[in-house]
Design a protein. Structure first.
Length: 198
């Protein structure tokens, strides 16, 4: 299977790339330090990426920039970081990617527990996550050629202790739990699901 991993240079993307390349062809894509460079905040960059990759069987997105900071600092400019990044960036991965993905393929996007359990400093991420999850449910009933779409929604990652203070009381998700959530989306039969690895 040919699996495209967006955000492959990040914590999640690096781990998943190493896990899946043992049995599959993995194409790493990110802003830097990957097989292919892509900036998901620009639709033209996404289109160029797909033209270079050609057909594929599964796309995994671990990318989604948002604004992190105090509520009092939020303006239209800051809020658009999540709109252009985590929301429209991932949505455009699917809108454009549907023309390149093979029949029976799958898209797996990334959201997070902040959708339903907001924390201080993350209002932008909470809103973007909720929009992506709504898109996943809506797209699932209209994508053609038996193409599936799901989202993985973790809480704070065990490998990112710098974020622990922002998530008081949350039990961190291990990388192995995260991996199996993505495996469920890629290799399972479900579509339109929000998969929680905890």
């Amino acid at each position: 299977m040919k699996i495209v991993i967006i955000g492959a240079a990040g914590t999640m993307g690096t781990y998943l790339s190493q896990a899946f390349e043992q049995d599959h062809e993995v194409v790493r894509a990110s802003r830097s330090r990957s097989d292919i460079q892509v900036d998901i905040t620009y639709p033209a960059s996404i289109e160029d990426m797909y033209k270079r990759i050609g057909s594929f069987d599964a796309l995994v997105s671990t990318a989604g920039p948002t604004y992190v900071g105090p509520w009092k600092n939020l303006t239209d400019k800051e809020f658009r970081q999540g709109v252009d990044g985590k929301m429209m960036g991932q949505i455009n991965l699917v809108l454009t990617g549907q023309h390149y993905i093979n029949p029976n393929g799958s898209f797996t996007l990334i959201t997070g527990a902040l959708t339903h359990e907001p924390q201080k400093n993350f209002a932008n991420a909470s809103a973007a996550n909720a929009a992506v999850e709504g898109f996943v449910r809506g797209a699932a009933i209209e994508l053609e050629n038996r193409i599936r779409i799901n989202a993985v929604s973790p809480t704070v990652l065990e490998s990112s202790p710098q974020y622990f203070p922002y998530f008081p009381g949350e039990v961190p998700v291990t990388m192995k739990q995260l991996e199996f959530a993505f495996r469920k989306s890629i290799f399972g039969a479900g579509t339109g699901q929000i998969i929680k690895p905890y």
